[in-house]
Design a protein around this ligand. Sequence first.
Ligand code: GLN
Ligand code: ZN
Length: 779
Amino acid sequence: MVQSSVLGFPRIGVLRDLKKANEAYWAEKISQADLLAEGKRLRIAHWKIQKDAGVDIIPSNDFAYYDHILDHIQLFNAAPERYSSQKLDPIDEYFAMGRGHQKGGVDVPALEMVKWFDSNYHYVKPTLQDNQTFSLAKDPKPVREFLEAKEAGFLTRPVLVGPVSFLALAKADRGSSVDPITLLEKLIPVYVELLKALKAAGAESVQIDEPVLVFDLKPEVKAAFKPAYEAIAALGSAAPEVVVATYFGDIVHNFDVLPAFASLKGLHVDLVRNPEQLEPVLKQLGPTQILSAGVVDGRNIWKNDFKKSIDLIQTAIAALGADRVIVATSSSLLHTPHTLASEKKLPAEVYEWFSFASEKVKEVAIIAKAVTNPESVKAELEANAATVKARSESARTNDPKVKERQAQVTPEQHIRKSTFDSRYAQQKTHLKLPLFPTTTIGSFPQTQEIRIQRNKFTKGEITEEQYDAFIRKEIDLAVQIQDELDLDVYVHGEPERNDMVQYFGERLTGYVFTTHAWVQSYGSRCVRPPIIVGDISRPLPMTVKESKYAASVSKKPMKGMLTGPVTCLRWSFPRNDVHQSVQCQQLALALRDEVIDLEKNGIFVIQVDEPALREGLPLRKGAERDAYLEWAVDSFKLATAGVEDSTQIHSHFCYSEFQDFFHGISAENRTYTDIIIAIAALDADVLSIENSKSDAKLLKVFIDESYPRHIGPGVYDIHSPRVPAEEEFKQRISEMLQFLRPGQLWINPDCGLKTRKWDEVKGALTHMVNAAKFFREQY
Ligand code: GLN
Ligand code: ZN
């Protein structure tokens, strides 16, 4: 019989329950016992959803209060000494590593948090020492939660992050130089002990995640699989059976690693991302090994196309026999919202197209039944085929006007009229820009008052005229403050925007919005991405009203502010029925019209933010990455190249792990060269990049690449309420001048100021402008 399995379930709960419990605990509003009880309630509720759906293999230890990699840091007693020496209660030590701790005389910052592969989830990076030791924590969490499930009537399959991935995703602590993978030998005994304990507790099988197998791996990392998994295999029946799970890519390029798993139960692969890896993977399996076939998408919200999935499963069954095939989610469902049932406001047609975590677990069970006994799920299969057909034929997904326009896009539309030098000469006179021009990134404080008025407007408690008048007043205030600060290029402050992607989505055809579809981004933070359901077009201008008004009350150039096509795409749930490049080009065309409309209305500096450009980069070098860079860059250029030479295009990058391009990255995966080349290829007149926490040295790359255009590396960190002294700004600017030409340097903060308070903003920007003026006098 074909079994069904889920690799992990979202932790946050139907109403972001875990977020609320965590935050209440941090604010000392609930006790530790309350928090733990809430965690248990959520775990049991989630196991029950899966069991009721008919899932055969249900995961445990997929739950984490903050992050599952952080769980493993604690599980292996690998907390850096600055945390362990505080003698905090284990759960407080855990949160201290996740988010810092400033209480009761203890003051420790958080460990670094970075993006989980190419998803929008962030994990806490294990930070290891030269003399690192590992041991199994007392009352290990995977055993505890397995027993908890067992007691509640669920026989689960615990999920562990594998030893190679744990180390490959780690880094050396400050002051250490250890390559984490060299610590493998010390870590293996801990896995051995843990697996034995799980077996003793009654676990029949475990899922060991080795997602790094989808990367291009350093030889040292590749070589680590053999000793690690031979030690595990040697446990024989003293350990549960092991299924090694990979996801978010194909593993064909790492097939030489597979012999390391030869004595294990089997392998899980992602067949949503890479269905073409099925055939080669089937050939690699040993004579009794099983294949866990990931056919239900763990990264998106679309209803499964049963026919497609069943075809893949049938291919696997034909090669292996039904007993050796498991129908599974492609990855953990962590990246999908909890349940579609919460959505009461979606258009009825569109509602039918979606499937969130609670619905996806039913899908795996149905597919498993469909290949065993199709009659038993006949109605479900027919209904599914009907929705798949309806979606493909819907007018929402097919707008002939959009297609026609895309067909007419020409290469010339991607290119500015002149080269940068002659453009800048015109911009300089047109905009009357001094040396070291000062500007900000777009948003000013989103005050309580702004939120209240926006809420009232959404609820219909105030009229559009009243709301507009309020927004104009906010813009007046922002302009007045910028006058006082004596900045050179103004912004309107974005008071009308709820979110930099949702705001545009709401003004474009082709998007829908949910009310409860939250997905964990990190810790207790969740995002609710808009969903692209159909062809995208712009019925009306989206930002002209506010920008035009702002320009009319301002005596200096006013910068128009747009979110770029790649960021609109990446921070939404994209369609899965057309290629992302097609969706991105549709967004680009809509933004192109907006850019041209802004220019027509007297806005001659236009910033198009692309903070998500980097995160969209495919994980491996090669054709897919090259293609991504090409269409991503083309989309930006298509959006921005329609303006006159005298109009200045800015772009902004942050959360982009720029540091990584220069320091942390391994030589075989030097993404920075291609991403920097791509950023240069955008041909934006001015780039602002987050930089205040990085080494100014990394700016050198812009010189090395003989970058001709202008650049504003952030001079201060906007994430902190701290107001840096004028001297600090001067110091930072002089560091930058070691690497950049004076005529090339803009002075601006790291990012938008929406999370700050006005007095912090005024204080910091006063010092920033003074510092810029100081250097202006020197040159
Ligand atoms: N213009 C946006 C702002 O200032 C940019 C935000 C971002 O880069 N994340 O808020
Ligand atoms: Zn930013």
